[in-house]
Design a protein around this ligand. Structure first.
Ligand code: SAM
Ligand code: SF4
Length: 326
């Protein structure tokens, strides 16, 4: 796959649903977002066909996301379909984790390699506030299930919401004795959800300052990024002797367009070449007609429109994070 800048696009984020069992404050309004009607959602066979076509165009890694992907029935069936596609080397899942105790074993057996679990606080009250009712205990059980079934490396996604600075030491402690990789993510203004003022969001620089102030058997050192830790735009660090790492996705301040290697498919069959753009290529008809040549042409069209040198800050886009898949 050769987009204009000559950069390799080899990573597909596949959203399987826009529905979710949470209403995180940084992602959705309290009342949720109107759901895509069931009849407009791609079947797993549609998604498997699309992944097959995208593999022909150079995609080697697929991340299954949502909404909450585990609320969609039979997700392991999709994982099996993707696993059978020649050329797909890695399959990962982004989830809030609360349904993992039930599904981790079957997902692993179907061919899932690893998971990213959202975990925005280690304080039960704050976790409940941020997820609008979620259970920290359930999310922690999901992390245990992921470790138990070797869905590794297990990465924990932490959106840097106000008050996170008081929890940095606790997140560092998680990385000490277990192979958990904590990634701090800047709160992004996507689809109308985002900080309303600069003071509402915490930056990488602020978290780094706290990290440098901690002394965990020595000081923080940059960690070389080898796959599968680094498919994406994160930068990693490690305290000496710690099993896990600490990473940053500074999507706003680092503005990672030049490192972007990804395409996104929404659950209703729209291809997006940029999280921060409302532009979409509709692949639904071509996929459901199983018209391989047409799908390849549409993927090419989406890639043609992919730019890597945007200098503008992300604006308000047509879909929220739960509708794109992050
Ligand atoms: N429901 C799953 C979960 O929460 O992991 C997968 C979908 S969620 C949209 C994917 C990722 O996007 C999560 O790690 C979540 O924390 C992140 N996310 C959602 N809204 C965000 C925002 N406004 N800024 C930054 N990250 C966001
Ligand atoms: Fe749901 Fe994930 Fe959005 Fe939270 S971040 S509301 S779990 S889609």
């Amino acid at each position: 796959m050769n987009p204009p800048a000559g950069q390799v696009v080899d990573y597909l984020r596949l959203s399987v649903t826009d529905r979710c069992n949470y209403r995180c404050v940084y992602c959705m309004p309290p009342e949720g977002i109107p759901s895509i009607p069931h009849e407009d959602i791609f079947s797993y066979e549609d998604m498997g066909f699309f992944v097959g076509a995208s593999a022909e165009m150079g995609i080697t890694k697929v991340r299954v996301t949502g909404g909450e992907p585990l609320v969609r029935k039979g997700l392991a069936d999709l994982i099996s379909l993707i696993r059978a596609v020649p050329g797909i080397q890695g399959i990962s899942l982004t989830t809030n984790g609360v349904l993992l105790p039930r599904f981790a074993e079957g997902l692993k057996a179907a061919g899932l390699d690893r998971v990213n679990i959202s975990l925005d606080s280690l304080d039960p009250e704050r976790y409940r506030f941020l997820t609008r009712g979620g259970s920290l205990e359930a999310a922690l059980a999901g992390i245990e299930a992921a470790l138990h079934h070797s869905l590794a490396p297990v990465k924990l996604n932490v959106v840097m919401m106000p008050d996170i600075l008081s929890e940095i030491a606790d997140f560092v402690a998680l990385t000490r004795d277990r192979p958990l990789h904590v990634r701090f993510i800047e709160w992004m203004p996507v689809g109308g959800c985002g900080p309303r003022s600069a003071g509402e969001s915490v930056t990488k620089a602020e978290v780094m300052k706290v990290l440098h102030g901690l002394n965990n058997r020595g000081s923080l050192a940059p960690e070389p990024v080898d796959p599968p830790l680094g498919w994406g735009p994160a930068h990693y660090f490690r305290f000496p002797g710690h099993q896990g790492t600490l990473g940053f996705i500074g999507s706003v301040s680092d503005h990672f367009c030049r490192e972007c290697n990804r395409l996104r498919l929404t659950a209703d069959g729209r291809l997006k070449n940029c999280l921060f753009s409302s532009a979409e290529v509709d692949v639904k008809g071509a996929v459901q007609a199983r018209d391989r040549d047409a799908v390849l042409a549409l993927i090419g069209e989406s890639l043609e429109g992919k730019t890597f040198d945007k200098n503008v800050l992300p604006g308000r886009t047509n879909r929220g994070m739960s509708q794109v898949g992050g």
